[in-house]
Write a protein that binds this ligand. Structure first.
Ligand SMILES: [Fe+2]
Ligand SMILES: [Fe+2]
Length: 190
């Protein structure tokens, strides 16, 4: 994979297909992820391209998602209403693996960037946390999460998951099982 070539292709695609707001979010996630990659000694180029691309399918319409899922034989359950926040990760990862030479590891970091999962790789952790702590986001406790992210990535993810789980509960919505598994797994392995 020629990383710079693929970054240029992805950047062009994002500029042309995402709203400006979402494009700028993608750039901020990329910057935050590169910072975490340096702190935690990870391959900066791999983190950079994965972070930039993470929301590539976020603005697909319902029809576009349906068409993609059917044509590419992805799990049809992704089309259920309760999965509407995570479908873009799965569709995006599939596109990136097929058209942009992404490895399975990179694809998985995108598949699970909304929910997290158990046994997260370092790439999963960085993409998940960069998406939730990028500098444009504002929600209660985010500053604590940002500070922790510079010191202890597992603890920062635990705080972020707890925060998002209680937020989801307060709204009376169902918590994704993968997020619960991620939290349990990280707490058991601290
Ligand atoms: Fe996303
Ligand atoms: Fe995002």
């Amino acid at each position: 994979m020629n990383v710079q070539l693929e970054i240029n292709r992805i950047d062009k695609y994002l500029r042309e297909n995402l709203s400006n707001e979402r494009y700028l979010h993608s750039i901020r996630v990329m910057q935050k992820a590169m910072l975490y990659a340096k702190i935690y000694n990870q391959n900066v180029e791999k983190v950079k391209i994965t972070a930039l691309a993470h929301d590539i399918a976020k603005e697909f319409s319902k029809e576009e998602n349906e068409q993609y899922i059917l044509e590419n034989n992805l799990d049809k359950n992704l089309l259920l209403p309760e999965n509407k926040y995570l479908i873009h990760g799965y569709v995006g990862a599939d596109i990136l693996e097929k058209d942009y030479h992404f490895t399975k590891e990179m694809g998985d970091a995108i598949r699970y960037h909304t929910t997290a999962r158990d046994k997260m790789t370092m790439l999963d952790k960085i993409i998940y946390l960069a998406d939730k702590t990028e500098d444009g986001r504002q929600y209660p406790n985010i500053e604590t999460q940002r500070q922790e992210a510079l010191k202890n990535i597992n603890k920062a993810i635990i705080l972020t998951l707890e925060n998002s789980i209680s937020h989801t509960k307060n709204k009376g919505k169902t918590i994704n099982e993968l997020s619960i598994k991620a939290l349990t797994d990280l707490k058991n392995n601290q």
